[in-house]
Design a protein around this ligand. Structure first.
Ligand SMILES: Nc1nc2c(c(=O)[nH]1)N[C@H]1C(S)=C(S)[C@@H](COP(=O)(O)O)O[C@H]1N2
Ligand SMILES: [Mo]
Length: 369
């Protein structure tokens, strides 16, 4: 772990403190303000962002997508040619694998997400597999490598951002080459002119600024595949690759916040707690709510998913019976039986920590009461 935190204020431990490197990343890569959970489709400017290096400069007229490697007919396509292919638009919830990282201790020095690295956008594009079929994927192909235009250095290795998928995953009809979001062309920060979109998988899979798709017959050993995005307990183990999104639910922050602590204040009286829940392992089948920090749980009302990989709305009628401070939690369970844990799930990279959110709200005594 790199980065020094310098002199800390009295009573603050390094684990609680944010380093200048983390602050630099946090200022570049913004999260979705949690009040945006109110929108079924996140407005583009409120969707979270994660950009490892710099947003690349792209000359749209000169840009081409190349499909090569173990294929019978390598292809080169312009943006217009891609847009002339069959198009679909679907809402997809995307979440960064590092969401929750900053709540772990000790934590990896990387993008210090708390809980806000998620968003749901209506992505428009053309299905990937028909294009790969036209190129003619070799019978012995095992993976497909997706390479972005963006370059940088990570872990001392100069690279282009690149990730692979097993061929079987590229056959899923919902995997898209997306050139639009919420009815607009992709903006620069979300991958203009073209990105991969792999619904159900953590965001690192959905390569932005896509330039090349290479079919391979050997396991891809790029940095983002074998070094990053692995569940590891110690640095020198191979680890397990990060893939699909584990279930999470989040709550629309109730009441009003204190500016700096973000502590919530709520008026005494009946209210409705609301939020959204999602998983890459199947639809959410239950969201349970606790108003006593996880001591007791009750089922929330849960809406059907608007589309297979889009988050589901939940709500819960709550009437705090007295002024005081309450710890509100929500916990999602998906159709595969995966359930959010109540304690953090530590790993070296700080990936996929989906332990339940805890929202502290103070209900003051009624004015004049
Ligand atoms: N080329 C490229 N693709 C990328 C990234 C990147 O840095 N470069 N970041 C990945 C990560 S880690 C995530 S979580 C998502 C974020 O997508 P968004 O910024 O559109 O929300 O893009 C992925 N695709
Ligand atoms: Mo990410």
């Amino acid at each position: 772990m790199s980065g020094s935190v310098g002199d800390l204020p009295p009573g603050v431990t390094a684990a609680d403190w944010i380093s200048p490197e983390e602050l630099q990343l946090a200022a570049r890569n913004h999260g979705m303000p949690l009040e945006a959970l109110r929108y079924p489709v996140t407005p583009v400017g409120l969707h979270y962002l994660l950009i490892h290096y710099d947003i690349p400069a792209v000359d749209a007229a000169g840009w081409r997508l190349v499909v090569d490697g173990s294929v019978r007919r390598p292809l080169t396509l312009t943006l217009e040619e891609l847009q002339a292919r069959p198009a679909v638009t679907r809402p997809v919830t995307m979440e960064c694998a590092g969401n929750g990282r900053a709540r772990l201790s000790p934590r990896a020095i990387s993008q210090p997400w708390l809980l806000e690295a998620v968003g749901t956008a209506a992505w428009t594009g053309t299905p990937l597999w028909p294009l790969l079929e036209e190129a003619g994927v070799a019978a012995d192909a095992t993976e497909v490598v997706f390479v972005g235009l963006d370059r940088g250095v990570e872990g001392g290795v100069e690279q282009r951002y690149a990730r692979s998928l097993p061929v079987a995953e590229t056959r899923r009809e919902e995997v898209l080459l997306a050139y639009g979001v919420n009815g607009q062309p992709l903006p620069p920060q979300h991958g203009f002119p073209l990105r991969l979109l792999v619904p159900g998988w953590y965001g690192m899979t959905s390569v932005k600024w896509l330039e090349r798709i290479t079919v391979v017959t050997e396991p891809f050993d790029g940095y983002q595949q074998v070094r990053a995005y692995r569940y590891r307990q110690v640095p020198d183990e191979a680890g397990v690759p990060v893939s699909r999104i584990v279930p999470r639910s989040l709550m629309l922050p109730p009441g009003i916040p204190d500016f700096s602590s973000r502590q919530r204040f709520l008026e005494l009286g009946p209210c409705r707690l609301e939020g959204r829940a999602w998983s890459g392992w199947g639809p959410i089948v239950e969201v349970a709510v606790s108003v006593d920090g996880g001591g007791s749980w009750e089922a929330a009302e849960l809406a059907d998913p608007p589309a297979p990989h889009a988050w589901q709305a939940w709500s819960y009628a709550w009437h705090p019976d007295a002024p005081g401070t309450y710890e509100l939690c929500s916990r999602a369970t998906d159709a595969s039986g995966r359930q959010q844990p109540t304690r953090p799930q530590w790993n070296l990279g700080g990936y996929a920590d989906n332990d339940v959110q805890r929202v502290t709200v103070t209900v003051p005594p009624p004015a004049g009461g």
